[in-house]
Design a protein around this ligand. Structure first.
Ligand code: CA
Length: 240
């Protein structure tokens, strides 16, 4: 006679981090630190190999160097984002210019660290992204409406009749924060801090660029938005 044993001693699956970077010393440093933190790591030295690993291995997070031997990192980022709308992408950049960071965020990246960075900082950024994801999952069943759209947070989609549009992780987070504060003005600085965890200059255009993307999806007339309103000099306000 057998008894059912429900007990399992399975370890929780390790989070997978894909590193697309061609400098061996940097790869080694990142790999050692991330493996020590309990992540599973794979590294690729070109954009093409990186893109193919991203498809085959399904990482939980991608670290992407901007200066790759075969391709421009921004283009790799865009391709990655077209194929997977939700995987977090952190750009590793030697370029400290604000415009470069914004260009990276525009290409679909979620965050960036500027070289030379400390691995501690990098790990903090990665963990912050996973914490935000976990927080989002804990409100998984949440749906809400904006205009005639129904937003399903768990499925990352917005629905209207038979139209169905995907929302990326950060687009959804921005919408959720605006919605929590419906009819109130939320400043760019607050959005940056609460959604991205970045303490940045409130003049940064990062938030504005995401608002443009959201309006493109949500508003019937992007030039005359009815739901995501600009409060000049202050920030944004959601009118659901
Ligand atoms: Ca490089």
């Amino acid at each position: 006679m057998t008894t059912a044993v429900a007990e399992t001693t399975e370890e929780p699956a390790k989070k997978r981090i894909l590193v697309i970077e061609d400098e061996p010393d940097i790869v080694r440093g990142i790999r050692d630190a991330l493996e020590f933190e309990g992540f599973e790591v794979q590294a690729r030295g070109t954009g093409a190999e990186g893109l193919s690993a991203a498809m085959d291995w399904a990482p939980d997070c991608v670290l992407l160097d901007l200066m790759l031997p075969d391709d421009n990192g921004y283009r790799v980022c865009e391709t990655l984002r077209q194929r997977d709308e939700t995987v977090p992408i952190i750009i590793l950049t030697a370029k400290a210019q604000e415009t470069d960071k914004i260009r990276g965020l525009d290409a679909g990246a979620d965050d960036y660290v500027t070289k030379p960075f400390s691995v501690a900082e990098l790990i903090a950024r990665i963990n912050a992204i996973f914490r935000r994801q976990a927080r989002m999952t804990s409100h998984a069943d949440e749906t809400f409406t904006i205009g005639s759209w129904t937003i399903n947070a768990r499925k990352h989609v917005m629905l209207k009749g038979r139209t169905n549009k995907r929302l990326t992780f950060y687009e959804l987070e921005v919408l959720k924060l605006l919605r929590e504060r419906s009819e109130e003005t939320v400043s760019r600085a607050e959005l940056l801090e609460k959604v991205w965890g970045i303490q940045a200059s409130p003049t940064s255009r990062t938030v504005d660029n995401f608002i443009v993307k959201l309006r493109r999806k949500l508003e019937e007339d992007q030039k005359n938005p009815r739901h995501i309103l600009t409060v000049y000099g202050l920030g944004y306000k959601l009118v659901p």
